[in-house]
Design a protein around this ligand. Structure first.
Ligand code: HSE
Length: 292
């Protein structure tokens, strides 16, 4: 019997929801567990840098959760680009936790899975929607996670995915150590209003608030100079909002489907050569199937 675990990509922050807001989107990492083996075997064609043995991140995560887990052979397929701000490392962590949960019959609740994943990842904004799907509002304070799932409005996304990687660590190094009190109050209030606007379907107001982040985007601009250009092209094509996806370098634009072609063309004309991918919100999150 084979088991498959499918984990969606995620897009975190949504502008002012730094380390707190995230959505699941329609790109996936899928693992197919084939059976018991003497040593761990990870089959994939994701590049020479990714290990095929127990040093693979998915195996390491599974063994952290359940050190007694016996070795298995499994295949990994993924269309989530690595180190691009679409939660590829979170999806690997979530897949590892779910593999331990299933093979070890641990019966973990979603809450327990998110807590474990957040402890490993450091912040919940990618792992929580990767597990729950849709839109998730989270907080991780004093090592305790709280995540609340809500419904994200029916909207379409265009992801601009640059050819170059940007590590989250590098993108966090440019952030300030401190924010003045008044600015922190404003930043928090913008995030709060955004959550209320999204949960009540006020998409126009939500879009304006998404572009008003005070926590991170302006500090990261030097690493992601294409953000400003894409945002202004979006405005010409009736976009709801453009924001930096997670730590970048991917930029997400929420734009009506009928505008996508003209928007994409103008991106090209501006000399931006990254990949443009149309995405929707994944409502389901992590999904497990057992095939006979
Ligand atoms: N909230 C995180 C950040 C997401 O922006 O650094 C990336 O993992």
């Amino acid at each position: 019997m084979q088991m498959q675990i499918r984990v969606p990509a995620t897009s975190a922050n949504l502008g002012p929801g730094f380390d707190s807001l995230g959505i699941a989107v329609t790109l996936y990492l899928t693992i197919t567990v084939k059976g018991r083996t003497k040593e761990w075997v990870v089959e994939h064609d994701m590049g020479a840098d990714i290990p095929h043995d127990e040093s693979n991140m998915i195996v390491k995560t599974a063994l952290k959760i359940l050190p007694t887990l016996p070795a298995h052979c499994f295949k990994v397929e993924s269309d989530i680009p690595l180190a691009r701000g679409l939660g590829s490392s979170s999806s690997a962590i979530v897949a590892g936790i779910e593999m331990a949960n299933q093979l070890g019959k641990m019966n973990l609740t979603n809450e327990e899975k998110i807590q474990l994943a957040t402890e490993l990842e450091g912040h919940p904004d990618n792992v929580a929607p990767a597990i729950l799907g849709d839109f998730v509002v989270s907080t991780f304070v004093k090592q305790k996670n709280t995540s609340i799932k809500g419904h994200f409005p029916e909207l379409q996304f265009m992801a601009y995915i640059p050819h170059t990687e940007l590590l989250t660590t590098e993108s966090r190094e440019v952030l300030p150590q401190r924010l003045p009190f008044k600015e922190a109050v404003s930043a928090g209030s913008i995030g709060n209003a955004l959550v209320a606007a999204l949960l009540t379907g006020r998409t126009k107001q939500a879009g304006c608030l998404m572009e008003e982040d005070l926590y991170h985007e302006k500090y990261r601009l030097k690493l992601v100079p294409h953000l400003t250009k894409i945002r202004s092209i979006g405005h010409k094509h009736n976009s709801m909002a453009t924001y930096l996806s997670g730590a970048g370098p991917t930029v997400m634009t929420i734009i009506p489907g009928q505008e996508a072609a003209a928007f994409s063309q103008e991106i090209r004309e501006a000399g931006l050569t990254g990949k443009l991918v149309a995405l929707d919100v994944d409502r389901q999150g992590t999904f497990v199937t057992h095939n006979r």
